[in-house]
Write a protein that binds this ligand. Structure first.
Ligand SMILES: Nc1ncnc2c1ncn2[C@@H]1O[C@H](COP(=O)(O)OP(=O)(O)OP(=O)(O)O)[C@@H](O)[C@H]1O
Length: 235
């Protein structure tokens, strides 16, 4: 497999507090890969290291073979990586349509995504077009945040805890929608504590433990083997 993204021995710290101790992983074009592991093992920090939001202290982040470690986040976004953070950033005072329109105008990378296409993917957003984003439910805000990120036409989408805090039915719908993005050819890296969500969607999984990769393999293996899941994730 020739990797679209490859992390080679990435170390990252917040000041003196070391969090990642040599993460290596690969994501091929069109794959959906998930990062699993308990609270605080370094899933978000791995994504921040990829996106340039926290600069790795050592190691390489290869995007299409080019080392982007140390690049500024906007340059990484322009290169084709989109990040949907855990805290669902929307402009609360703006309507759904305005949020998407602003993102479309600001997009520094041209491609197929338009407001209309976001509405096709997330029909609920079309119905809510005139609603102020601050009044949306958690699931609707999650769709809007993903939609805003898609406006920059990423080739790789980093999704941090997309199902967190959402009701089961909303999670099921989100799963279908993210699955549809995958079917359209988007490459996805997912960080989740919701193992069920990740394993239904992902092709491959990496299990992190204390800033290292404890296990990597097909998602189906973890899905089908309860004993392995229990051993790695205590579930
Ligand atoms: N800005 C920060 N400054 C200092 N320490 C941080 C910072 N952000 C995260 N950490 C610490 O880094 C460790 C890894 O956090 P990280 O958020 O990457 O884990 P995670 O696996 O994504 O967990 P979660 O699901 O809670 O987000 C934790 O011990 C956390 O307290």
């Amino acid at each position: 497999m020739s990797a679209l993204l490859e992390l080679q021995d990435v170390h990252t710290a917040y000041g003196l507090s070391r969090v990642l101790f040599g993460i290596s992983l690969q994501i091929g074009a069109g794959e959906c890969v998930c990062l699993l592991g308990r609270n605080g093992v370094g899933k978000t920090t791995t994504m921040r290291s990829i996106m340039g939001l926290t600069r790795p202290s050592a190691g390489r982040v290869l995007w299409k073979g080019r080392d982007i470690a140390g690049w500024m986040p906007h340059r990484i976004a322009r290169a084709g990586i989109g990040f949907v953070p855990e805290d669902r950033r929307v402009f609360a005072e703006l309507t759904v349509w305005e949020n998407l329109d602003v993102a479309e105008r600001a997009a520094q990378r041209r491609g197929p995504w338009t407001v209309a296409r976001v509405y096709e993917t997330f029909p609920a957003l079309r119905d809510l077009a005139g609603r102020q984003a601050g009044f949306l439910s958690g699931g609707e805000q999650q769709m809007l945040t993903i939609g805003r990120t898609l406006m920059c036409n990423p080739e790789l989408l980093l999704l941090d805890e997309p199902s967190e805090g959402l009701a089961p039915l909303v999670v099921d719908r989100l799963l279908e929608q993210v699955g549809a993005l995958k079917d359209q050819g988007l490459t996805i890296l997912l960080a989740e504590q919701g193992v069920d969500f990740s394993l239904r969607l992902a092709d491959r999984a990496y299990v992190l433990e204390k800033g290292t990769v404890r296990h990597s393999g097909p998602a189906a293996e973890l899905r089908d083997d309860a004993a392995l899941r229990h051993r790695l994730l205590a579930l």
